[in-house]
Design a protein around this ligand. Structure first.
Ligand code: SAH
Length: 353
């Protein structure tokens, strides 16, 4: 049976064995597949033209089967070196990615879908709905393009950009295999984090893949009722079901879990919320990552002030929970995830494009 990548003939989405089968069937010698794979995933070139040790006819065959990820906008923070990229796919869909510098290394935040259909109330990525899934090569292409453009080494990858990775499960899993393949970019699985709003069956599936990647759950509320008011996915899966899936994920991988918790003033930042959050996180020994909500003008949510956030953190710490507050990066270049794309698209519409 042909895989999706072979049907579409998207070479950058094929694992080495698939690429080998594909090229051999087309009449090329087996060793060409290793060369092509090396050009795509180690050299990370963006076109067949750059694959200098290949014969002309093979390059001509490859050219239309390599997807491009084209940069259309780049913003560089003068404060901390964060860079936000807007990329266009071959069909002109727009996606966002972010490059961030940390003490432990450089991290890239990739998008997994064009838009999102999860509908979280505080998130700009979902404002225009879901357009389509990204292919493995389009997710990888964001990292390769950023590496090419910045010339910086990339040691960490987080799947926390636009889209719900577990809603594009097969492509994301293939992407994770390619990203961490020792014959490819060979990024350590321990340096990769996938963030999900909590699509429970897919968390069980991911546990079975036996990856060593980190799982982050976007929790954001500690009762089902409150969670339902800000995250529609909570109508389908309860917090209890998420916790059970987390226990299974931990048992299978022994990777520490993270709960992301966007603090929204007056919504989920009370003393009771902190108490319950401590109990929930304690149960699965999860780290809590507090994110003062990035105001999205379309939604009207605001973050509590810094001292309030600190106090919330201290309450959790008193209960023995490890807590981090997400550093605000690139404050001078743009706001929340999804806003760059949302703005660009609306500007386009206003100009009648
Ligand atoms: N769909 C995935 C990953 C994308 S968003 C998920 O839900 O986890 C990455 C993280 O940023 C999620 O925790 C998301 O809830 C959070 N987020 C989105 N918009 C935000 C905003 N305006 N302020 C703070 N956090 C936000």
């Amino acid at each position: 049976m042909k895989t999706e990548a072979q049907r579409e003939q998207d070479l950058g989405s094929m694992r080495l064995t698939e690429l080998t089968d594909f090229l051999v069937k087309e009449g090329y010698p087996k060793f060409r597949a290793s060369q092509v794979y090396h050009w795509l995933h180690v050299q990370q070139v963006s076109s067949a033209e750059e694959m200098t040790n290949l014969p002309k006819d093979l390059k001509a065959f490859l050219a239309p089967r390599i997807k491009s990820v084209r940069m259309v906008n780049r913003q560089i923070s003068r404060i901390d070196g964060t860079q936000k990229f807007l990329f266009a796919m071959d069909d002109d869909c727009l996606i966002e990615s972010v490059f961030m510098k940390y003490k432990f290394g450089n991290s890239v935040c990739v998008s997994s879908q064009v838009g999102c259909r999860m509908g979280c109330r505080f998130c700009a990525s979902t404002l225009d709905g879901l357009e389509r899934n990204l292919t493995p090569s389009e997710i990888l292409g964001q990292i390769y393009a950023i590496h090419r453009i910045t010339g910086e080494k990339i040691s960490h990858v987080v799947v926390m950009g636009t889209g719900e990775p577990m809603d594009n499960y097969d492509n994301v899993v293939t992407f994770l295999h390619l990203l961490t393949d020792e014959n490819g970019m060979n990024l350590s699985q321990r340096n990769v984090t996938v963030s999900t709003c909590g699509i429970v069956p897919r968390i069980y599936d991911l546990a079975k893949e036996k990856f060593q990647i980190n799982l982050a759950i976007s929790l954001h509320a500690v009762t089902d009722e409150k969670r339902r008011s800000i995250m529609p996915i909570a109508n389908t899966y309860s917090i209890e079901e998420i916790l059970k899936a987390c226990e299974t994920y931990f048992a299978a991988t022994h990777r520490q879990l993270t709960f992301e918790y966007s603090l929204i003033a007056g919504v989920n930042d009370g003393a009771e919320d902190a108490d319950r959050l401590a109990r929930i996180a304690g149960r699965v020994n999860a780290l809590v990552n507090l994110i003062p909500v990035n105001p999205v003008t379309e939604r009207g949510y605001e973050a509590p002030n810094r001292t309030f956030v600190e106090r919330f953190k201290q309450k959790l710490e008193k209960e023995g929970i490890h807590v981090s507050i997400r550093r605000v990066l690139g404050r001078d270049i743009d706001g929340a995830c999804g806003q760059l794309r949302h703005r660009e698209m609306n500007a386009g519409q206003k100009q009648g494009n």
